[in-house]
Ligand binder design. Structure first.
Ligand code: PLP
Length: 444
């Protein structure tokens, strides 16, 4: 019996004992192709020697120093690197241990910005119904998954939620993309007005939606409109790039492809590529200057802020991405993966949509392609896909529920940036087998 409180309290997963390139090996000697990078984490695959060397070197020098007493070269160099690579005046970095901590930090930084601006009445965040921002109470309150929020509802802050940008299901057949996008922006504006703009802190969204909904890019002009509304009403735009950032979509920041500058960006997952737990918030100059010229203190902190080994790992990851031109590789291999997925699943009777950007792709599963009717949640098709994929030696990231847990199943793919065309071909062919077996197993 395992003494770990696993997510499923009835099932202990296989024991991972090794990793090499895009493969993970379990204690029984089974090999799994890591087609999801865990949960869009392992962008460099497993066992990358440059990252391991950098971590060893840092541990040999210094494993830990508390930030009440010291900063470290590793943390300073990583922050400088992030600030240098980030667009515009996103120049200030707060290093944490993961995506949820990054989100909490962004919420607090945004709130303190307004407190120090003499607007303490601002307390409301607006987010979207199709989103995941983490599992701590603040991040959970923002997220669109009603079923994840439900047990904790009395503990969560009020959040106003608006429609996501989800063209596949929500754009009417006779509606132009422009009209659809304008409608979404009108809804956001109405939400700001209804709340009273003077009460709103910020709007938070994933530039490319990750796990809840599956690799959904925005429609053209959507985020330009978001930025304009935020400017018009003086509220902050927080881009959650925990999943879609750090090169996953082919640019270091997914929002760069929208030509929009957020006020705060959160990072996690691909920042350290799984070699260490690390996340970050990147803030525009005006926000940090306001605090610097006000109280002079950011009222926040965690024991492992700026952890030097995590910082050294993340710095090495970022250097490898640049040295090996992996952003270009993501774009090229992403196009290959798209071609392969369309070839394999384009006519599949139960694949309603194939979408994504860079090396973040998803298949949305439907009972009926014409009506887009999802499978009944009680079938737990996504669970069956995960199990069958593992049996085929494949890790994919299937999720049930796209909006507030009500709209069916999808499968997320986020292979390491180092995957070859042959790896991608093998991933797609194993996925075909796993999906068809899973569909049979649930009686579809
Ligand atoms: N934000 C997004 C977009 C995510 O996908 C996730 C995790 O999946 C988080 C935040 C939370 O990150 P973590 O699980 O590292 O706390």
């Amino acid at each position: 019996m395992s003494h770990i409180i696993h997510r499923s309290l009835r099932r202990t997963p296989p024991v991972a004992v090794g990793g090499d390139g895009i493969t993970i090996i379990d204690s029984k000697g089974n090999h799994y192709l890591d087609a999801s990078g865990g949960a869009a984490v392992s962008s460099l695959g497993h066992g990358h020697p440059d990252v391991i060397d950098a971590m060893h070197a840092q541990i040999d020098r210094l494993a830990y120093a508390h930030t009440s007493f010291f900063t470290t070269d590793a943390a300073e160099e990583l922050a400088a690197r992030i600030a240098y690579d980030a667009p515009g005046d996103l120049d200030h970095v707060y290093l944490v241990s993961g995506g949820s901590e990054a989100m909490e930090t962004a919420l607090k930084l945004a709130r303190q910005y307004f407190v120090e601006s003499g607007e303490p009445q601002r307390r409301l965040f607006i987010a979207r119904r199709q989103s995941y921002h983490g599992n701590t109470l603040g991040a959970l309150a923002l997220g669109g998954n009603a079923f994840r929020r439900k047990p904790y509802a009395p503990l969560l802050m009020d959040v106003t939620r608006v429609a996501p940008c989800y063209e596949y299901r929500d754009r009417q057949q006779d509606q132009s993309v422009f009209a659809y996008t304008a409608g979404l922006l009108a809804e956001l504006e109405m939400a700001i007005i209804a709340a009273g703009p003077e009460n709103v802190i910020g709007f938070c969204a994933e530039p490319v939606v990750g796990a809840t909904g599956g690799a959904i890019p925005p429609t053209p002009g959507y985020f330009t409109g978001v930025r304009e509304l935020c400017d018009k009403y003086g509220i902050l735009f927080i881009a959650d790039e925990v999943m879609c950032g750090m090169g996953r979509t082919g640019t270091l920041y997914a929002i760069e492809q929208e030509n929009v500058l957020p006020d705060l960006v959160t990072l996690g997952k691909g920042l350290g590529a799984g070699y260490q737990p690390i996340g970050a918030v990147v803030a525009r100059d005006a926000i940090v200057q306001r605090l610097r010229n006000g109280s002079g203190v950011f009222q926040h902190g965690h024991t492992y802020v700026g952890h030097p080994v995590a910082a050294a790992a993340a710095l090495a990851v970022q250097r490898v991405i640049q040295r090996d031109c992996l952003l270009g590789a993501v774009t090229v291999r992403g196009a290959t993966l798209r071609r392969m997925l369309r070839g394999a699943f384009g006519e599949h009777p139960h694949v309603g949509d194939i979408r994504g950007r860079g090396l973040l792709w998803a298949l949305e599963l439907v009972r009926d392609r014409e009506t887009k009717e999802p499978f009944a949640p009680s079938l737990k098709l996504h669970e069956a896909v995960r199990a069958q994929a593992m049996a085929c030696g494949l890790m994919v990231y299937p999720m049930g529920g796209t909006i507030d847990g009500e709209r069916g199943d999808h499968i997320l793919l986020a292979p390491p940036f180092i995957a070859t065309d042959a790896d991608l071909g093998e991933i797609v062919s194993r996925l075909q087998e796993a999906l068809d077996t899973a569909l049979i197993s649930v009686g579809a």
